[in-house]
Design a protein around this ligand. Structure first.
Ligand code: GDP
Ligand code: MG
Length: 478
């Protein structure tokens, strides 16, 4: 009897990439993947559960022990209606075939087969033997050509051999596959057994709904981060200082700036943690070429992300008019005379955000001490930079295959890739820039927020949807 939900046994040689394929398809980066052969020694079941409902199940297997024997036995029992079932029944008690029986049992119970082969290796006699014995089971079966290197010379021979024996043959790179490619693989699974069509359609819809929901959650994470970043204020109580002394002014400003920047960094890290969770990532490594690996306030980040000077000028006018107070936006740090204290220094650490300082500074005197407050952010470029960074982070979270885990395959002799540092906001339309700028002002002032937040959400949602439509080269090591 066929299982109630589509169930697929993943078969193939040790190191063909079976566990990687399962990890990517089920978005489970905790599956053990190892350079040594034979990491998987038991059958492991990996159900995909969406909204508490199991929609599909993959069974990761360790590969055959005696394929030659099984094939020979199959060939000598071709009159059996169900070879997999018959093989297991006859050999269940035979210690020599415990392993092969365990492997065949899910197939005997009606599971379909996904054979994973490493297309970079030459096809061998043992492979042909396995291909033939899987064909003889008569089960719905798909073959996945997983290329673990850049060697393509053997791919055609594999295609030829596999096409004759499988209902569907797909190239699928367990380390590079994107959301789109996962969906396409599922779509192909429909064709290997008509009886599954409806269930797999439901599964695909469940995947799509789930993906949309994650995008919505991510939009919320981003908008919340922006709102918090744009209202953040930090205070330091310092001893009354001598304003005529540059050294003393600098010391106070340094302390304040450090805690303000730290506050912003923490908000960014918290948003990143949430995004990783939305897209079910536990392990990965950052490319050192990515601006994500650089400090939020570093020169590289300021140069790579955000709007161009010209775009910023246009947006500045619109947002300034909207805010009704150009002063508020353009002369940051000028309140309560603090500007005259810190203004001249603002060009230092924060200079890359343009001529404007990062945030307002406010000083209140008490007896013997002064309370210096920094915030909220008034710099117009900063929220665009912050938004660009988080979008880059999303691009990575959405397109990093779970089977890749914290792969280090391209660590040595890797060519630095500048395309990793795309400024997404700079590519938006001018109207969108203005809408975002209005949201930033509204967020900072806590005024008319609802109205402008929805516009901002829509813009971000649009960008994120674009990221999963393979707009980003899946090969980019984001
Ligand atoms: N570069 C690259 N390496 C892969 C790919 N798939 C698997 N590997 C590597 O091949 C090795 C074996 O993979 P694994 O999934 O454990 O194979 P299994 O023994 O068939 O389960 C691991 O080091 C993987 O990281 C791939 O698509 N690209
Ligand atoms: Mg494995």
């Amino acid at each position: 009897m066929a299982p109630a939900i589509p169930t697929l046994a993943i078969m193939g040689h040790p190191n063909a990439g079976k566990s990687s394929v399962v990890a990517t398809l089920t978005e489970n980066d905790r599956i053990q993947i190892d350079k040594r052969a034979g990491t998987t020694t038991t059958l492991d079941r990996y159900p995909v559960v969406i909204d508490g409902v199991k929609v599909i199940e993959f069974i990761d297997t360790p590969g055959f022990q005696n394929p030659n024997y099984i094939l020979e036995w199959f060939q000598n029992h071709l009159d059996e209606a169900d070879l997999a079932r018959a093989f297991v029944d006859v050999h269940a008690a035979n210690p020599l075939y415990v392993h092969d029986c365990a492997l065949m049992r899910p197939v005997a119970e009606g599971a379909g087969i996904i054979l994973v082969v490493d297309g970079s290796k030459r096809i061998k006699e043992k492979d042909r033997c396995e291909i033939e014995l899987l064909r003889l089971t008569g089960r719905p079966r798909m073959a996945i050509l997983n290329n673990t290197t850049n060697v393509t010379e053997h791919m055609e021979a594999w295609q030829d051999a596999l096409n004759k024996a499988f209902n569907s043959v797909r190239e699928f790179n367990a380390h590079r596959a994107t959301y789109d490619e996962r969906i396409r693989l599922l779509q192909a699974l429909k064709t290997i057994d008509q009886r599954w069509e409806e269930r797999i359609d439901e599964t695909i819809h469940a995947f799509e709904r789930d993906w949309d929901r994650r995008i919505d959650q991510t939009v919320t994470t981003i908008v919340d981060m922006l709102k918090e970043a744009l209202t953040l204020k930090v205070s330091e109580v310092v001893e009354a200082f001598d304003r005529s002394s540059v050294a003393e002014r600098e010391a106070v400003e340094k302390k304040l700036t450090a805690s303000f920047e730290d506050g912003l960094r923490k908000l960014e890290v918290r948003a990143q943690d949430q995004i990783r969770e939305h897209f079910r990532h536990n392990v990965w490594n950052l490319s050192p070429d990515s601006v994500l690996a650089k400090d939020l306030f570093s020169q590289e980040v300021g140069q790579a992300l955000g709007l161009s000077r010209k775009q910023l000028a246009i947006v500045g006018m619109a947002a300034g008019a909207f805010a009704g107070a150009g002063l508020d936006l353009t002369s940051a740090g000028a309140t309560l005379g603090a500007g005259t204290i810190f203004g001249a220094l603002g060009g230092g650490a924060l200079g890359f955000f343009g001529r404007d300082a990062l945030a307002k500074v406010d000083i209140k005197k008490a007896i013997g001490v002064e309370r210096v407050t920094m915030g909220p952010v008034t710099n117009q470029q900063f929220p665009f930079v912050l938004l660009d960074r988080v979008i880059l982070y999303c691009a990575r979270a959405m397109n990093w295959a779970h089977g890749r885990q914290a792969a280090d395959e391209d660590a040595p002799n890797r060519v630095p890739d500048k395309s990793l540092n795309k400024a997404f906001t700079a590519e938006l339309a001018s109207e969108q820039h203005k809408a975002l700028a209005k949201f930033f002002v509204a967020a900072r002032k806590g005024k008319d927020l609802a109205k402008h937040e929805e516009a901002c959400r829509q813009i971000i949602r649009g960008v994120l949807r674009g990221l999963s439509r393979s707009e980003i080269d899946s090969r980019a090591n984001l």
